[in-house]
Write a protein that binds this ligand. Sequence first.
Ligand code: MTE
Length: 332
Amino acid sequence: MLIRTHQDGFIHPLSSEITSPEVYATRRQLLRQWTAGAAAAGLSVWAQREAFAQGGGVAAKLAALPATQSQIQGAMTVEKLTSQQDATTYNNFYEFGTDKSDPARKAHTLKTSPWSIEVEGLVKKPTRFNLEDIMKWGAMQERIYRMRCVEGWSMVIPWIGYSLSDLIRRVEPLPSAKYVEFITQADPQTMPGLRGGYLDWPYVEGLRMDEAMHPLTLLTFGMYGEVLPKQNGAPVRLVVPWKYGFKSGKSIVKIRFVEKQPLVSWEKAAPQEYGFYSNVNPKVDHPRWSQASERRIGEGGLLDKKRKTLMFNGYEAQVASLYAGMDLAKNF
Ligand code: MTE
């Protein structure tokens, strides 16, 4: 993002252990068989998570999170999955440092249980909810989303969660609520990056209400058949596949319904570079680099041919109508 030493963000230093869709599907089937009995009691699986994750880092054994394949239009891209190894070791999570390898090495200190989310602002009854309860508000679905980071790299990741709209309906926002703000964890005891002062903490993101209600906007609890690793935003994060990755806030602790467009972290830090909408748009360049193409992590780094970036990251059919009539160069 702002850190210039990472302009070479296309190169990732990791071995490329690509899991083919077939291998992954078989693994998933096995996981399902193993966890069939646990499906109804998915939350007891969740309760074991903390114990599994104590080791932290890449090697942590995480609990399975049972899910069914999503039937939502556009939610299951058939592109080759990014390897789980790459997706969990090449991350942005500035609360743990600015290097892509920092989150996997340092996020083990994040305490993810107990966890609650406070819902506040323009809702019928502002309330704090336990994560275990929130997890029951929607049926866990797997969705395979194309992800595009603002720095020019992309991945394809099998996420698990349910549409954020299920939560929003449940908490009954008032008609005056036009935007949703997501406030994430900021704990100096467990997040060493907070001392770096890269951003104004906590990390805050936001969506317009219709974007938040769009069925593709995923309240996310897991990936690759398991609960989220800490470096990927455990225990709960957002995934908004048609926007640059930074709109997908990690480790959410508060959801606030507001009338006015919130000032979100990167826009606050560098408004000339990062706008509120941040829709993936190959025609609107970042002031310091083109957004017309991208490199897929695991496909050979700098030596590999770039691929063209798609409008709305390939989700144009599903989301373009949200922006009808808007000047997307101005509203970047
Ligand atoms: N959320 C928090 N709380 N802090 C962050 O630094 N980084 C964002 C987003 N969410 C970030 C965050 C950015 S820049 C990206 S690209 C994605 O998380 C990366 O998610 P991933 O590591 O799962 O790929």
